[in-house]
Design a protein around this ligand. Structure first.
Ligand code: C2E
Ligand code: CA
Ligand code: CA
Ligand code: CA
Length: 283
């Protein structure tokens, strides 16, 4: 028995070793990924549920490394945050997303908005508000077309929560929209809805998924819509995959829909292709 114990310890140790090695490898690759041009953005349409028209896009980051292949954001964002590399990466994301939108506007596709995911590490950074204002000015994009998406769980644990809220206020004053992402997951508290200067609520996929299945789930989804609307927020439902989910959400006043039912995240050329088919408002 002792022998077995020992060998399983060795195995465990070896797998820990491997994990550490792969983690360090990913950190090293992340540090050079920007210089090597390994990131790109894809854009997922958000559809106005009452008109059925695209109102904007969420920018989502993609990383392809020659050695690691395609790495999903869920696998690398956290690591990029841990090593603070999310700061330059996040700045690249903002600049690239704003330039993309400006290009659309310049091609006659006016009125579309862009939503960009922001890590709390970025928000905490000194001068973040200034960076945002600089980017908008450099790209010559009016602030009202930009929305940032933040997650709530990060505010809980932060000792700087008052400063963070003050920064969000400053961003609002610039005219930038603020969406609370993944609402209802993690450590959500309804109090955040009152406390944070947000303009949009993103209802997490976990509330959308079971809408077809049971009455309780439908009650919960419609209650979220009621609360959000009574606080003056716009609501975007995430991960909408079926027509009946869409029908329920639209009937209950959900403002916008995002999900595979309408479109997966698209590359820049695919967006142009989609708009040339769908946008009849082109100048
Ligand atoms: P998120 O912000 O909640 O993004 C939504 C995720 O759901 C995206 O995954 C999107 O591709 C996926 N999705 C959209 N519609 C559907 C659907 O109908 N069904 C299903 N099953 N999935 C759907 P993705 O692109 O893998 O991003 C994962 C997460 O990574 C994001 O979650 C966000 O938290 C983070 N992330 C992505 N890009 C960035 C970025 O530029 N900066 C930061 N800080 N985080 C990012
Ligand atoms: Ca998001
Ligand atoms: Ca989300
Ligand atoms: Ca998420």
């Amino acid at each position: 028995a002792q022998k077995q114990g020992k060998s399983s310890f060795v195995l465990y140790d070896a797998s820990m070793q491997l994990e550490l090695q792969s983690r360090m490898k990913m950190e090293a690759r992340l540090l050079s990924a920007l210089d090597h041009d390994e990131f790109k953005l894809v854009y997922q349409p958000q559809v106005d549920s009452s008109t059925g028209r695209i109102s904007g896009f969420e920018a989502l980051l993609r990383w392809e490394n020659p050695e690691l292949g395609q790495v999903a954001p869920d696998k690398f964002i956290q690591i990029a945050e841990d090593i603070r590399q999310i700061i330059p990466i996040g700045e690249w994301v903002l600049l690239t997303a704003c330039r993309f939108l400006k290009k659309l506007h310049n091609s006659g596709y006016e009125g579309y908005k862009i939503s960009v995911n922001i890590s709390v590490i970025q928000l905490k950074q000194e001068g973040f508000v200034h960076t945002m204002a600089d980017i908008l000015q450099k790209v010559d994009l009016p602030a009202e077309f930009l929305e940032i998406e933040i997650t709530e769980s990060l505010f809980m644990e932060s000792s700087e929560r008052n400063e963070l809220i003050a920064k969000l206020d400053q961003l609002r004053q610039l005219g930038i929209g603020i969406a609370l992402d993944d609402f209802g997951t993690g450590y959500s508290s309804l109090d955040y809805l009152r406390e944070l200067p947000i303009t949009t609520l993103k209802m997490d996929k976990k509330f959308v998924d079971p809408i077809e299945q049971d009455e309780d789930s439908r009650s919960l989804a419609s209650a979220i819509l009621l609360i959000g609307h009574s606080l003056g927020l716009k609501i975007v439902a995430e991960g909408v995959e079926t027509a009946s989910q869409f029908h329920f959400l639209k009937t209950h006043g959900c403002d916008k829909i995002q999900g595979y039912l309408f479109s997966k995240p698209l590359g820049e050329a695919e967006v142009a292709g989609l708009l040339s088919k769908w946008d009849d408002g082109r100048a």
